[in-house]
Design a binder for this molecule. Structure first.
Ligand code: COA
Length: 336
């Protein structure tokens, strides 16, 4: 067995900043309410020429550049997203074309906001078994196109963006050390996009409503706090580590109160928890890779550090992984 090291990382967020005060122009809300209940100050919203594909491709291109590989060398591209531009072709195939990654297999994976960590779990299997040695994992979402701005409890929470990592074959124990995935379909009704009425067949009713993201916030809140603690603990144990060995916790950025409550359960001090929900809100599948990029860029994440990443979302699903940052065991020619 090989190891799947993280050799490159990249992110993309749209330029357009939508602040809480901007939202008050067309919604009955306030900056004070949003900040105190969620920690969010502003979010990025895709412009007229931006799509899930363009954002994903920009993040993927940046990750390849950082890894020092040409996209033509990629063997697999997986895009975690629940907001593809079309049902078909997949976002991953569209990204493959944008990047000129002509040798890569490509597919999308939809586990809602836990999609990036799920995709990383799947991609790492191909690397660890030796099937592939260069895999691009992208998390990208354009949730703002599915928000109902008259639903103030939901619309305030989301922003758009993309993030990506390159996984490469390594001879050393680094990169993805453990994964912990799960799903509870019995609670799926608490977070939905497009009900059964959006998918009628030939003999069904023909009324098709525009699909919107719908959420039972309180239920999702409770689930998130519980599952983040449990999944982080299990992934850490599976990696043969304890929380004392964890240098940085990167939770899905949905709500700062959820993050604080989960960190408290895990007895993880604030300085070891990455938070940027104030600037981007919940960017769904992009949330965790954006955090990885920012943590690395600010010097908070350096070679040899152990990081726990934890995603959760519609399904309801969850996904945690322990990563050891660095790529010392990647052979020359496989990384710079
Ligand atoms: N501005 C002002 N008031 C608002 C509001 C807004 N944007 N949204 C809701 N309210 C009101 C509600 O109508 C309610 O008023 P009422 O008591 O008169 O009915 C009041 O604020 C309290 O609402 P409540 O739902 O109890 O707030 P909360 O503290 O539970 O916070 C969420 C709501 C949505 C922020 C919180 O439940 C949450 O973050 N849940 C998790 C969501 C999540 O993470 N989803 C993504 C998962 S990937």
């Amino acid at each position: 067995m090989y190891h799947a090291a993280v050799t490159g990382w990249g992110m993309y967020v749209p330029e357009h900043v939508l602040t809480n005060d901007d939202l008050t122009q067309f919604m009955d809300t306030s900056d004070e309410w949003i900040r105190s209940r969620t920690g969010i100050r502003e979010r990025r919203v895709a412009g007229a020429t931006e799509t899930t594909t363009t954002m994903a491709a920009a993040a993927g291109r940046a990750a390849c550049l950082k890894a020092g590989i040409d996209p033509t060398e990629l063997e697999l591209i997986i895009v975690g997203t629940f907001t593809p531009d079309q049902y078909m072709p997949s976002t991953a195939s569209l990204v493959q074309h944008e990047l000129g990654a002509s040798s890569a297999a490509a597919f999308d994976l939809n586990t809602a906001c836990s999609g990036f960590v799920y995709a990383m779990a799947v991609g790492s299997q191909f690397v660890q078994t030796g099937a592939y040695s260069r895999v691009l994992i992208i998390g990208a979402d354009f949730a703002s196109r599915f928000l109902d701005y008259s639903d103030r409890g939901t619309a305030i929470l989301f922003g758009d963006g993309a993030g990506a990592v390159v996984l490469q074959r390594s001879e050393k124990k680094e990169g993805v050390l453990s994964i912990e995935l799960g799903s509870d379909g019995s609670a799926g009704r608490h977070l939905t996009l497009g009900g059964a009425e959006s998918f009628v067949g030939l003999n069904g009713a023909r009324k098709i409503d525009r699909p919107f993201l719908k959420m039972n916030g309180a239920e999702v809140f409770r689930f998130a706090v519980r599952i983040m603690g449990e999944a982080a603990a299990t992934a850490t144990t599976k990696a043969g580590l304890t929380f004392d060995d964890i240098d940085l916790l990167i939770p899905h950025q949905a709500n700062s109160r959820i993050i604080e409550a989960a960190a408290k359960r895990l007895q993880m001090p604030r300085e070891r928890v990455w938070v940027n929900v104030d600037r981007y809100a919940n960017t769904s599948c992009a949330s965790i890779p954006i955090c990885l990029v920012e943590a690395e860029q600010t010097g908070r994440l350096t070679d040899g550090m152990n990081v726990v990443v934890i995603g959760f979302g519609g399904g309801l699903t969850w996904a945690a992984a322990v990563l050891r940052w660095g790529a010392t065991g990647v052979k020359r020619g496989d990384a710079t």
